[in-house]
Ligand binder design. Structure first.
Ligand SMILES: *[C@@H]1O[C@H](CO)[C@@H](O)[C@H](O)[C@H]1NC(C)=O
Ligand SMILES: *[C@@H]1O[C@H](CO)[C@@H](O)[C@H](O)[C@H]1NC(C)=O
Ligand SMILES: [Zn+2]
Length: 289
């Protein structure tokens, strides 16, 4: 299934049939209530986001409720992943995973957004883009005729591929995903970053209790080789790209899956850290600081 999905992600017109790969960093959530009503987005391109939407400062959509700490890994698509179709189950990838290869040229990310998003959701998405625009030289621009671009859909779950894959690539902000920290997180995948706990220097900073994680979710927690992930800057346990300590679908949800070696709280759930912004700026060679 993983291979088929990777291929279909390159086709604009195909509406996804996958169930969600749920994003689960920090305290960022989906609502189980909403999940029951998820349907795939029969994609139709909506109007580009407006300047007014960019300026709206919306951090969430009021229609949904946020359940802190809910981390449904079981909704992550097996073998594909939030770091692109680039994981232990999918060796047929065409996209090299090195830092430079995943970047969008000129730090410009052409996007198309689905008509499926409600007005409040559009404002939340535009507001998250505005944070990138304010803190980095990365720019989300309406797609005109660019070959490579991001299609923002409202499918099941919150997921994105890592960096520029080539052609049209989808990213989903499903119900329960339209919160600032989740949107920033998914865009950071699309911009070119893996989960922070996938860094090769993971073991110096955290202990992962793999016994508390079902085998099919282990790939989300492995440390990857240096040439497979972005290693800009320092390991950051508070990164918006770091998973939190607890998850509702771990073996024993009351026990942590990740413990920081310095005893600090793991995961962000609340916006970019300074280090996240540093990393984004470094990857794209933005003037910084
Ligand atoms: C992932 O794999 C598990 C066990 O192999 C299975 O129960 C689950 O339905 C799969 N999820 C998806 C989305 O394919
Ligand atoms: C790791 O997880 C297992 C399974 O939930 C649990 O029995 C064990 O006590 C945990 N270990 C630690 C150090 O928390
Ligand atoms: Zn993620």
């Amino acid at each position: 299934m993983a291979f088929g999905i990777c291929k279909s992600l390159l086709l604009v017109a195909v509406s996804l049939t996958l169930t969600s790969w749920m994003y689960s960093a920090g305290a960022n959530p989906v609502t189980s209530e909403n999940e029951k009503h998820l349907r795939d987005d029969p994609f139709q391109a909506g109007h580009p986001l407006t300047e007014e939407e960019f300026q709206s400062g919306v951090t969430e959509n009021k229609g949904a409720t946020l359940e802190n700490g809910l981390q449904p890994w079981k909704h992550q698509e097996n073998g594909t992943g939030l770091s692109g179709c680039n994981n232990p189950h999918d060796t047929g990838k065409k996209n090299a995973n090195k830092n430079a290869d995943v970047r969008w040229p000129g730090a410009q990310i052409p996007y198309v957004i689905s008509t499926a998003f409600l007005a409040e959701e559009r404002r939340a998405i535009a507001s998250a883009m505005a944070i990138y625009h304010g803190k980095t030289c990365i720019r989300f621009v309406p797609r005109s005729s660019q070959r490579d671009y991001l299609i923002i859909i409202k499918s099941s779950g919150c997921w994105a591929q890592k960096g520029r894959v080539g052609g049209a690539q989808q990213m989903s902000l499903g119900n329960g995903c339209v919160y600032q920290s989740v949107i920033l997180h998914e865009f950071m995948h699309a911009v070119g970053f893996d989960h922070e706990q996938n860094r090769p220097d993971q073991a110096r900073y955290i202990t992962v209790n793999f016994t508390n994680i079902l085998p099919q979710h282990h790939w989300l927690f492995v440390s990857k080789p240096r040439d497979a992930v972005n290693t800009i800057g320092n390991y950051d346990i508070k990164s918006i790209m770091h998973y939190g300590a607890y998850a509702s679908d771990s073996v024993t949800p009351s026990l942590p899956t990740i413990v920081a070696k310095n005893g600090q709280k793991v995961g962000s759930g609340d916006g970019f850290t300074w280090m996240d912004i540093y990393k984004l700026n470094r990857l794209y060679g933005c003037p910084f600081g």
